[in-house]
Write a protein that binds this ligand. Structure first.
Ligand code: 5AD
Ligand code: SF4
Length: 442
C-alpha cells in the first residue's frame, strides 16, 4: 500500500442488524470528532467504512465485490479511497481480507472500532492494520458523546451471545454476552434525549439477558433498567430488541402492563415450530413453551404486536416438521416477522450436520411461510383501522406534504397534515396496506 493523504470525507455503509446501524453511527461520530466530514451525496468519499454482516448468505463474497466497486469508482473519480472493513465479517475473516484485498487499509472488529482513529493515522503512514481484539466494553468508555440524533435512537445495552444456537455465527463474531453498566446506560440515554431522541430502542443480541447493579449496589434486571430509563421526563417511548425466550422473566412480562412509555411490541424469535428441530438448533425452548410465554405477554398487554424470526430448511427439517412451523404461525398471528433460508456458516455445528436441505426445497418452504406471515401482517394492519393512536414523526414521505412516522405497534403510518420531525401526533388509522397504514391527524 502506498502512503495516503489524511481523509477529509467519509462514508459508513452498514449492513445487517440494528446493532450494526448503531455501531455505524458511533463510528461516524468518531470520524467527525477527527475532523472528517460526511461525503456529499453522489461524491466518492476519501474514507469508506464497510460495516459488514456475517449472519447469512455469501457475506464475504459481497465484501470483496463491494471493495472492487469502490476501487473502480475511486479510480474513475481520480482517487484511491481509503477502505476500512468493519463489522462481523471483519471479525471472522480479517486475515483473509487483508491477504486477498490489497486495497483494504484496515480491518476492525465490532469490539475494537473505537481505535479506528489510530488506524487511520497508521494508514496515512502507509501501514495496514488489523484489530479484532475483544476487550469487554472498552469502546463504550472512549467513544465521543452523542450530540445529534433523530427522534428514534438506538442504545446498545448488551452485546454478544452465549447461547450458541448451532446455526449461528454471532457468538464467534460478537463474542461472549456482556452487559453495559447501569449508570453508563442512564447517562447515555440522557445524552440521547438531550440530542433529540424521543424514542429509544434498547439493543442487544439477547437484550433481555442484560443485568447490572444500580448506584446503591443493588442488582437490577432488564425490567429495572427499562423502568429507570422510562423515568427520563422528555423521553416518550421505549422499545427493545432482540429478546431470547430463555431470558424472559416475570418482571419483563409484567413491565408491559406497568410502563406506559414501553411500546406494545415484542420481537421474540422462535426459529421453528418443531421441537426436534429446536433441539437440534440448541434453542432451549419448545414450541409449546414459546406459545405459553406469548400468552403471558398478551395477558398483561392484550394489544401487544408480536414479531419473530424463522429459519426454514435447517439440516434434517422434514416436510412434517416444517408444517409444525406453519401451525405455530397460525396459532400466534404475528404482526411482523423475519424469515430466512438456512445458510451454513463456516465453523458452526449445523454446517457440518447431515441432511443439508436442497435450495429448491428451502425456497419453496420459505415462499409458503412468507405467504402465511404476509397474510397475518396484513390482517394485523387491517385490524388496526379505526384505532386512534400516537405516531412519532420520523421523516417526510415521498409525496409532497406527506409525513411518515411509527405507530405504537411499529407500523409505518403516512399522513398529510403539517408536522415536525420528532412530534407525537394523534391520528386515526384509516387505511391499511401490507407494509404501512394511512392516518388522519385528529
Ligand atoms: N441461516 C439463516 N438464518 C440465520 N439467522 C441466524 N443465523 C442464520 C443462519 N445461519 C437468523 C435467525 C436469527 C436472525 C437474526 O437471523 O433467525 O434470529
Ligand atoms: Fe445467534 Fe442464537 Fe445467540 Fe441469537 S441466541 S445471536 S440466534 S446464537
Amino acid at each position: 500500500m502506498t502512503e495516503q493523504t489524511h481523509p477529509r470525507t467519509y462514508r459508513v455503509k452498514s449492513f445487517g442488524c440494528q446493532m450494526n446501524v448503531y455501531d455505524g453511527e458511533r463510528m461516524a461520530e468518531l470520524l467527525a470528532e477527527k475532523g472528517i466530514t460526511p461525503a456529499p451525496e453522489g461524491e466518492e468519499a476519501d474514507l469508506v467504512v464497510l460495516n459488514t454482516c456475517h449472519i447469512r448468505e455469501k457475506a464475504a463474497e459481497k465484501v470483496y465485490s463491494d471493495i472492487g466497486r469502490l476501487v473502480k469508482a475511486g479510480r474513475a473519480a481520480g482517487k484511491e479511497p481509503m477502505i476500512a472493513v468493519a463489522g462481523c465479517v471483519a471479525q471472522a475473516e480479517g486475515e483473509e481480507i487483508m491477504a486477498r484485498a490489497p486495497a483494504v487499509s484496515m480491518v476492525v472488529g465490532p469490539q475494537a472500532y473505537h481505535r479506528l482513529g489510530d488506524m487511520i493515522d497508521k494508514a496515512v503512514a502507509g501501514e495496514r492494520a488489523t484489530d479484532t481484539d475483544m476487550p469487554k466494553n472498552a469502546k463504550f468508555d472512549v467513544l465521543p458523546q452523542r450530540r445529534k440524533v433523530g427522534p428514534s435512537a438506538f442504545l446498545t445495552i448488551q452485546e454478544g451471545c452465549d447461547k450458541f444456537c448451532t446455526y449461528c455465527v454471532v457468538p464467534y463474531t460478537r463474542g461472549a454476552e456482556i452487559s453495559r453498566p447501569f449508570s453508563d446506560l442512564l447517562r447515555e440515554a440522557e445524552t440521547l434525549v438531550e440530542a433529540g431522541a424521543r424514542e429509544i430502542t434498547l439493543l442487544g443480541q439477547n437484550v433481555n439477558a442484560w443485568t447490572g447493579t444500580d448506584d446503591a449496589g443493588r442488582a437490577v434486571g432488564f425490567d429495572g433498567l427499562v423502568k429507570a430509563i422510562a423515568r427520563l421526563p422528555e423521553l416518550q417511548r421505549i422499545r427493545y430488541t432482540t429478546s431470547h425466550p430463555m431470558d424472559v422473566t416475570d418482571g419483563m412480562i409484567a413491565m408491559h402492563g406497568e410502563v406506559d412509555k414501553l411500546m406494545p411490541y415484542l420481537h421474540l424469535p422462535v426459529q421453528s415450530g418443531s421441537d426436534r428441530v429446536l433441539k437440534a438448533m440448541n434453542r432451549s425452548h419448545t414450541a409449546e413453551g414459546y406459545l405459553r410465554l406469548l400468552e403471558r405477554f398478551r395477558a398483561v398487554r392484550p394489544d401487544i404486536a408480536l414479531s419473530g424470526d424463522f429459519i426454514v430448511g435447517f439440516p434434517g427439517e422434514t416436510e412434517a416438521e416444517f408444517a409444525e412451523t406453519l401451525a405455530l404461525v397460525d396459532a400466534v398471528k404475528y404482526a411482523a416477522a423475519f424469515s430466512f433460508k438456512y445458510s451454513p456458516r463456516p465453523g458452526t455445528p449445523a454446517a457440518a450436520m447431515d441432511g443439508q436441505i436442497a435450495r429448491e426445497v428451502m425456497e419453496e418452504r420459505l415462499a409458503r411461510l412468507q405467504d402465511a406471515l404476509n397474510r397475518d401482517q396484513l390482517a394485523f394492519n387491517q385490524a388496526s383501522v379505526g384505532k386512534v393512536c400516537e405516531v412519532l414523526v420520523e421523516r417526510r414521505g415521498k409525496r409532497p406534504g406527506q409525513w411518515l412516522g411509527k405507530s405504537p405497534w411499529l407500523q409505518s403510518v403516512f399522513f398529510e397534515s403539517p408536522a415536525a420531525i420528532g412530534d407525537l401526533v394523534r391520528v386515526e388509522l384509516v387505511e391499511a396496506g401490507p407494509n404501512s397504514l394511512a392516518g388522519r391527524v385528529l
